[in-house]
Design a binder for this molecule. Structure first.
Ligand code: PMP
Length: 419
């Protein structure tokens, strides 16, 4: 099953392997996957299979169905023709209403400082991650022409590696587990907190004394929202990435944003997005600004007496909590797997002590020589992403907690029965 995408792409693409580029990581090119490393399963599956591989956030659909009318946007034929939005902003293609909405959202949740920083939007935080690599790699003080090492502590988000190396850039290269990094060479460390895949709260880990070289940080805070984790502080790092995909679940709108302290870095990131897509769809920006407005207004209206179930984060937290409780119960019955435990913390947003309900479950097979991904695929017809994709070992696998209710319930049924 791992080759579903590869099988699919080979039908449509005829590829010629490119010659290797000297001094750069050699990527395994093959004719069946168009040189794309990822084995992410995105093609149709036989109906007996359940795909919990991707973190497609459709779990939030039920909430947004209730809000459908309020979130409606109308765009007339004569509107949004220009590439340009706000020439006074570093990010000239960002619409002021989206910038204001993003700031309002962070002020409401208290999860990130936006004052005295620049906001740069992108086509998902995926594009912003690459923009950040471009901007940071070209701003190191060392004069070496070697590509900058990009690292993240394992288990790390499986896509960082492909996103770093896909263009075989001379600017940066993937160098794996940040815990093991001890080269005396400049590096960029990606800190993902809460972490995908295991939900842990993280800080930088590269040992500067041991490594001795200049290092820069990207904080990927895609999951630092109150439905997944307690909001314990207002994050205030040099370069922070957020995505609408995991905040409200509107992944299809492809909007992400970076909060960047250094104006020159923000300018370079903007330049990267200009070069790769000349900005970000204004239809998407308009929609996202509207949805954020509706979300924030519901908190304002709550104070005036509207229902708690109208509050997005409270509603979604409850959903995540119920899923996690069911998963823990089914895992206990099955006995073959274990799950990470998370300590409670005081959440400044909800004003109470609360638990963590990550967007992914990081399952571990209890048997030492087990392969968690193949076990779930072969025995239960459940597709998950195996631990090796995250720089970890095959006893682990990541499964999405954000999928459709039917799929999730069927998965639990199979897990509980398979004792
Ligand atoms: N960072 C992390 C940690 C993620 O899990 C994801 C989505 N899976 C992204 C970035 C990318 O999000 P998007 O491109 O949809 O904004």
């Amino acid at each position: 099953m791992k080759s579903l995408v590869a099988d699919q792409t080979s039908l449509y693409h005829s590829t010629t392997p490119s010659p290797p580029v000297p001094n750069l990581p050699s990527l395994p090119l093959n004719n069946s996957n168009n040189g794309f490393l990822s084995s992410t399963n995105i093609s149709p599956l036989p109906s007996s299979f359940i795909n919990l591989d991707q973190g497609d956030p459709v779990v939030f659909e039920a909430y947004w169905r209730k809000m459908s009318e309020k979130c409606k946007v109308e765009i007339k034929g004569c509107e949004l023709l220009s590439y340009l939005s706000d020439l006074r902003s570093v990010c000239w293609f960002m619409m002021p209403e989206l910038r204001d909405a993003i700031k309002r959202l962070h002020a409401l949740v208290g999860n990130a400082e936006t004052d005295d920083s620049h906001i740069v939007i992108g086509n998902g935080s995926t594009q912003l991650f690459q923009a950040a690599l471009f901007a940071l790699s070209s701003s190191f003080s060392s004069s070496s022409d070697d590509p900058i090492n990009v690292v993240a502590a394992a288990p790390y988000y499986s896509e960082y590696e492909d996103q770093t190396d896909i263009l075989r850039s001379r600017m940066h290269k993937w160098s794996g587990d940040a815990m093991k990094y001890d080269k005396n060479e400049a590096y960029i460390e990606v800190v993902t907190s809460p972490n995908n895949p295991d939900g842990s709260i993280r800080g930088p880990v590269v040992n500067k004394k041991k490594c001795g070289a200049e290092g820069k940080l990207i904080h990927d805070l895609a999951y630092y929202w109150p439905h997944y984790t307690p909001i314990t502080h207002r994050a205030n790092h040099d370069l922070m990435l957020f995505t609408f995909s995991k905040c409200t679940g509107h992944a299809g709108s492809r909007i992400g944003w970076a909060i960047v302290k250094d104006k020159e870095i923000a300018k370079k990131m903007t330049k990267f997005i200009q070069m790769s897509s000349i900005g970000v769809s204004k239809e998407s920006q308009t929609r996202v600004a509207k949805i954020i407005e509706v979300l924030c207004d519901s908190y304002k209206n709550f104070k005036l007496g509207s229902k708690e179930s109208d509050l997005f984060f409270e509603h979604s937290r409850l959903f995540m909590k119920q899923r996690w409780e069911k998963l823990r119960e089914a895992t206990k019955q099955n006995g073959y797997f274990s799950l990470p435990n998370f300590s409670r913390a005081y959440c400044n947003f909800t004003n109470e002590s609360s638990e963590t309900y990550p967007a992914f479950a990081w399952l571990k097979c209890k048997k030492d020589d087990a392969d968690c991904e193949s076990y779930l695929e072969k025995e239960l017809k459940i597709l998950v992403r195996g631990g090796t994709r995250f720089g970890s070992d095959p006893r682990y696998a990541r499964l999405s907690m954000l999928g459709r209710g039917d799929d999730f319930d069927e998965f639990l049924k199979r897990l509980s029965k398979n004792i």
